[in-house]
Design a protein around this ligand. Structure first.
Ligand code: AMP
Ligand code: MN
Ligand code: MN
Ligand code: MN
Length: 291
């Protein structure tokens, strides 16, 4: 029986967004592959922030447990003064331009972390840099998440969301503005390496409708083709909004939990609803890149 609004391609448990200890997740690529498998994922991608150092391990671990795999990354971009995340899928992770671009994007994180620590010290939270470092798996990738874990563990806050709200977002003592990659560069690194660029969790950005339109217009002009419709950070209403946007703008739709940690993430790997059959899934266009 064929159900209305479904197609074989959309009914696939694809989870194309998550993080390991190679960026700001708490599980290894191997543990993530096992967890994805246990949760019924069919097609998986590890998308560490600004870093492809975990890709070979993730691919090997995926095959070890019988999962199909697409290479992945989540690139930090500054667009109209706001940090936007662009997911790359199905690219060659050894591509020299991509690897060099990501290395440049990671550069400056250590200095930013020192400034964050100074900001926190000014409100009485001492040695936050040293504290955050204890949670860092990749010395090249200290992130706000590591500070958040330290502030929870040391009893300053109850959970990481409280840390972000009180200390790590714009205007708060531990927030340091940072200039990431350009939208153009991020999209070109991904497409130049044979992959597809996807706007991550679009509802998270505080854009006006005009700014959002500009983001998607420029993204498409640079060669971007996808948008995350289903993500752990979208409400049901936001998922509907971005499903409509995917159709209006003729973008491929993606699905990914954005899982970081069993203790912190409310959406586990492989547990989102299926994509609507009205949408074109990103994995249809990337079938030749699935390993
Ligand atoms: P960074 O790349 O260092 O600016 O850190 C960004 C990361 O912080 C994101 O990828 C999320 O993992 C995490 N993050 C951002 N906002 C929040 C929030 N409100 N609550 C918990 N984690 C957050
Ligand atoms: Mn993160
Ligand atoms: Mn993100
Ligand atoms: Mn993410």
């Amino acid at each position: 029986m064929v159900l209305a609004n479904t197609s074989a391609a959309s009914v696939l448990n694809a989870d194309l967004h998550c993080h390991s200890v190679v960026s700001d997740g708490t599980l290894t690529p191997e543990a993530l592959a096992q967890r994805a498998r246990a949760n019924g994922v069919d097609l998986w991608a590890l998308t560490d922030h600004d870093e492809v150092g975990g890709q070979a391990r993730a691919l090997a671990a995926a095959h070890e447990v019988g999962l199909k795999y697409l290479s992945g990354v989540e690139i930090s971009v500054t667009f109209a003064g706001v940090t936007v995340h662009i997911v790359g899928l199905g690219f060659d992770p050894t591509n020299a331009d991509l690897v060099a671009g990501l290395k440049r994007t990671r550069g400056g994180r250590a200095e930013r972390a020192q400034e964050m620590s100074a900001g926190l010290a000014a409100v009485g939270i001492k040695d936050a840099y040293e504290g955050a470092l204890k949670y860092v798996g990749n010395p090249d990738l200290i992130s706000r998440t590591h500070f958040a874990r330290h502030l929870v563990e040391s009893g300053v806050c109850q959970d990481t969301h409280e840390v972000f709200r009180r200390f790590l977002t714009e205007g708060k003592p531990g927030f340091v503005p940072h200039r990431w990659a350009s939208l153009r560069d991020a999209v070109h690194w991904i497409t130049g390496a044979g992959g597809m660029a996807v706007v991550a969790h679009p509802a998270r950005y505080k854009f006006t409708p005009t700014e959002e339109y500009a983001l998607f217009t420029e993204f498409k002009a640079h060669g971007g083709q996808g948008v995350e419709v289903l993500t752990g950070s979208h409400t049901a209403a936001e998922a509907v909004k971005y499903a409509e946007l995917a159709q209006e703008l003729d973008l491929y739709a993606s699905r990914g939990s954005d899982f970081h940690s069993p203790d912190e993430s409310h959406t586990d790997l492989g547990t989102l609803p299926y994509l609507s059959g009205k949408l074109k899934p990103v994995w249809e266009a990337l079938s030749h890149r699935v390993q």
